[in-house]
Ligand binder design. Structure first.
Ligand code: ATP
Ligand code: MG
Length: 479
């Protein structure tokens, strides 16, 4: 047995067809010794019968035989099995015939007198070719299978897909794309996308293929496609080669027409509700002003100064509440009060209603960018109203001028600090806020400590300073 022979070759089947029994039997015996499974036939007809029953891998056939010559055997073998290889045995001077046979598909030929080693090498080469071919066939099959699978998957996607190369040419489109945009299959392939989609006039930097190349990331845009009266959200993802070079991009077209319609409806309904909410705040404010006016009318008929003052305070409190609603309907945010603006308006209003000359009191307000939800804002506004009213009403009675500072700051996570400070006459030593029976301070305590859950500090050195720290209240669902 040949030691160089790969193990699987020894299991190969070889059929020898030769009308000369000496050659035929010698070859068969030598092949058997080499551990091949060897068969022998004395003519083409017998040989083909054996070929049909034993399916040999290689046929070694004499080219000149009575009844059926070697070339005919070769043709019939190839008709039966393309991968079976035929090696011819030729006599002296039979080279031309052998070359002819090679053209017909023979693997090779050896000349008589036969050197067995020469034949064995030829058989090994034929078997190796078969094995290589089998491998190639299986790779090709695998490749075809995966290409097929990819194609099926690509076409299964219900969104429109198109692949573009770096030159903006459309390389591939899926079925959904062809069906949606009404192009014929392959009609677009190889053509620049900007010609098909009318983007010629559009700035190239706006092109998704360009953006994907420059950013090396997925990019997105919405387009309206008038031919279909539809909106599409297009996402382009860059495609790179193994070296990271830009090869083009894959575009996914998502039909968002329905979503756009819903969005329009939602926006319209939101606008309507916003308008309604503004209208409600406006009406609440107007109603409060009507209440104020009614109180005003009552005051005209009252002689008792104490009662007049009481009604006046009530009016001022209602007014401060109505200002909150005015704030809400005048600003963008309908649920949060902008304190910078609110305090400014409140102070002007109080100065006006107490007929105080604004030039005599310098007012510094520091509450920029503080916006607080309505639940917290309302008590907070009432407290500011009480404190500012107190300062303007009581602090500067003995002085020609005065200073008033109001600040509201965010000092932590939803934690706020309100400071109202005046440099007026202050309140007598030993004044206890908790024991005060007057309504203003009682209101400040009730709203500050109980409603807002805050902490109050009072400092009566050089005027009056009032500090309140509180947290924004959690929104409570009412309905
Ligand atoms: N900033 C201040 N400067 C000087 N005195 C003040 C100041 N704030 C309050 N006071 C004094 O404390 C008293 C109690 O104030 P409080 O607000 O409770 O009552 P009021 O202002 O008199 O009346 P109302 O109940 O209508 O507010 C005031 O009457 C005033 O004497
Ligand atoms: Mg007061």
């Amino acid at each position: 047995m040949c030691t160089n022979m790969p193990q699987f070759y020894s299991m190969a089947k070889i059929l020898v067809i030769d009308d000369e029994s000496i050659i035929r039997d010698r070859l068969r015996n030598l092949l058997l010794l080499d551990d091949y499974t060897a068969y022998a036939a004395e003519n083409g007809v017998e040989g083909l019968k054996l070929f049909d029953s034993e399916c040999p891998d290689v046929v070694v056939a004499d080219i000149k035989m009575p009844k059926m010559d070697g070339i005919e055997v070769l043709k019939r073998v190839k008709m039966r099995n393309k991968t079976a290889e035929v090696i011819f045995i030729t006599g002296h001077g039979g080279v031309d015939t052998a070359i002819e046979a090679m053209k017909e598909g023979a693997f090779g030929y050896i000349q008589k007198p036969i050197e067995y080693d020469e034949l064995r090498i030829e058989i090994e080469k034929a078997l190796e070719k078969q094995s290589m071919q089998a491998k190639i066939d299986s790779y090709v099959m695998e490749l075809e299978r995966s290409v097929n699978e990819w194609e099926i998957t690509f076409n299964c996607v219900s969104d429109c897909l198109s692949i573009h190369d770096e030159e903006y040419n459309i390389v591939k489109t899926n079925k959904a794309f062809v069906n949606t945009f009404g192009f014929r299959e392959n009609e677009l392939h190889g053509k620049p996308c900007y010609e098909q989609f009318g983007c010629i006039e559009i700035d190239i930097s706006e092109c998704l293929n360009t953006k994907a190349r420059e950013s090396r990331e997925s990019c997105m845009k919405e387009i309206f496609y008038p031919e279909l009266n539809s909106y599409f959200e297009i996402t382009a993802s860059p495609i790179f080669d193994s070296e990271g070079g830009f090869k083009g991009s894959i575009h996914i077209f998502k039909d968002i027409t329905q979503r756009k319609l819903y969005e329009d409806k939602i926006n319209a309904s939101l606008q309507e509700k916003t308008l309604l909410l503004r209208e409600i705040h406006h009406r609440v404010k107007n109603n409060m002003e009507i209440i104020s006016s009614l109180i005003e009318l009552h005051i005209e008929d009252i002689d008792d100064k104490r009662v007049v003052d009481m009604y006046g305070e009530m009016k001022s409190r209602i007014r401060s509440m109505s200002l909150v609603h005015k704030q809400l309907y005048q600003t963008e945010n309908l649920s949060k009060v902008n304190f910078g603006e609110y305090i400014e308006e409140l102070v002007a209003d109080i100065l006006n209603s107490y007929c105080i000359d604004a030039s005599l009191v310098s007012v510094a307000i520091d509450a920029d960018n503080v916006c607080i939800g309505m639940d917290t804002a309302m008590p907070c506004c009432l407290i500011i109203n009480e404190l500012v009213t107190n300062s303007l009403k009581h602090a500067f009675t003995d002085a020609a001028t005065g200073q008033l500072q109001i600040s509201l700051k965010n000092v932590g996570d939803k934690l706020y600090e309100l400071v109202v400070r005046d440099n007026g006459k202050g309140i007598p030593d030993g004044f206890d806020l908790n024991k005060s029976s007057s309504l203003g301070l009682k209101l400040i305590r009730t709203l500050g400590e109980y409603q807002l859950g805050g902490k109050i500090e009072m400092n009566t050195k050089d005027g009056m300073e009032f500090k309140l720290q509180f947290k924004e209240l959690e929104y409570k669902k009412r309905i």
